[in-house]
Design a protein around this ligand. Structure first.
Ligand code: FES
Ligand code: FE2
Length: 390
């Protein structure tokens, strides 16, 4: 990769934190957890392409309503199962009609003598287990004996009257839609970077959220077992203070309270999912009123929807997309100059590096469990008011 260098050395990035291919340290660490691969409605009889952790897969639903996730290339002679179709018992390849159930078993070989019954049991289309929860389809792509329980997030379980769980795959934050063309860690770093808010989202681009967010916060970072927390206190000048708590939870979960300052505990979480080493997607899930479109709750820098902005307008009203993708496909860590305001980022990378090493050495990472009852994840994130007397 070409690039500038402050140091005179070849610029480089921390591969163990960024690369997600199978066999890389981070790729193997992430493969110890469940990751969203689609919204529940994405799995239908019409196959849908899924790319995650640099693997090309196909998502479908069989006639019994079971979702399935298989490698895109048919094990017979490699036709793309995207061109197949979901049928009663599985997904049928368009080329010679082999059909695979949701666990990759070949259940039909219509052009073979006896329907292939002599050979069918000896082969298996590569497949991954999936589970549906919180409006999402989660997949596990790691070693079968290391499949953990699918986590339960306390903040998504205690629904108030009239609330439902809504999920969205289109919203990256302030501006930016769908798939971002840069490494996932650039987004995860940003979760523990509260100091960018008064600059990028206010003094630079006008008020992208609400005026109170433009106040420079006093920030305390805290590394704990499961992640990094930042506690931001803003003096609102009327005797009250805003206490805002944001968390990055291992391996890739963001718990960020409303930047428009809905008060109280945070109502949703986001999964920062690497598509490959140079692209990522965020799946957001939240408690909300029925029909709420999470994708529609986003900033309008300069009064415009991000998709309608020209490059010239993005230059005048940059948001998270512009800041993070412009750091490069994979930001060169060798060229950074981390300052005291980056303490949370240093903590997060240290935690991730330790977990990656644990997995490489054969241990189980933090947040991984096969013990029922231990799959609960709790958060202290939210927007809270500290009154004058407090
Ligand atoms: S390539 Fe799929 S059935 Fe032949
Ligand atoms: Fe931001």
């Amino acid at each position: 990769m070409d690039g500038y260098s402050y140091s005179g050395r070849k610029p480089h990035f921390r591969e163990e934190l960024t690369l997600v291919e199978r066999g890389t340290p981070m790729g193997e660490y992430l493969r110890r957890f469940w990751h969203p691969v689609g919204l529940i409605a994405d799995a239908t009889a019409t196959p849908r392409r899924v790319r995650i952790l640099s693997e090309d897969l196909v998502l479908f639903r069989d006639g019994a309503g079971r979702p399935g996730l298989v490698h895109a290339r048919c094990m017979h002679r490699g036709a793309d199962l995207f061109y197949g179709r979901g049928e009663e018992q599985g997904i049928r390849c368009c080329y010679h009609g082999w059909m695979f159930d949701v666990e990759g078993r070949c259940v039909d070989m219509p052009m073979e003598p006896d329907n292939g019954c002599k050979v069918r049991d000896r082969i298996r289309q590569p497949w991954y287990p999936v589970e549906e929860r919180y409006g999402l389809i989660f997949a596990y792509m790691g070693p079968p004996d290391k499949k953990p329980l699918l986590p339960r997030y306390e903040l998504l379980e205690n629904l108030q009257d009239g609330e439902v769980i809504v999920a969205d795959d289109s919203n990256l934050g302030s501006g930016g839609y769908g798939i971002a063309p840069c490494n996932w860690l650039q987004h995860f770093d940003n979760v523990v970077d509260p100091f960018h808010v008064p600059v990028l989202h206010q003094s630079f681009s006008g008020i992208q959220f609400v005026a109170e967010m433009g106040v420079k916060p006093d920030v305390q970072f805290e590394a704990f077992e499961q992640g990094v927390r930042s506690e931001q206190v803003r003096d609102l000048g009327d005797g009250s203070k805003l206490r805002r708590v944001t968390e990055a939870l291992l391996p890739n979960v963001r718990v960020v309270p409303s930047p428009r300052l809905a008060m109280g505990p945070t109502e949703g979480i986001g999964f920062v999912v690497p598509i490959d080493s140079t692209h990522y997607l965020v799946y957001n899930v939240a408690r909300a009123a029925p029909g709420t479109d999470l994708g529609a709750i986003r900033s309008k820098p300069g009064g415009k929807d991000w998709r309608e902005m020209t490059e010239d307008e993005r230059q005048r009203f940059p948001g998270d997309w512009e800041a993070q993708t412009s750091q490069g496909e994979i930001a060169f860590h060798s060229e950074e100059h981390l300052a005291s305001s980056d303490a949370g980022i240093a903590m997060l990378r240290r935690l991730l590096a330790r977990q990656v090493k644990l997995v490489a050495e054969g241990s189980d990472p933090v947040g991984w469990t096969q013990t029922p009852g231990e799959e609960w994840i709790r958060s202290r994130s939210g927007n809270f008011t500290i009154s004058a007397e407090a």
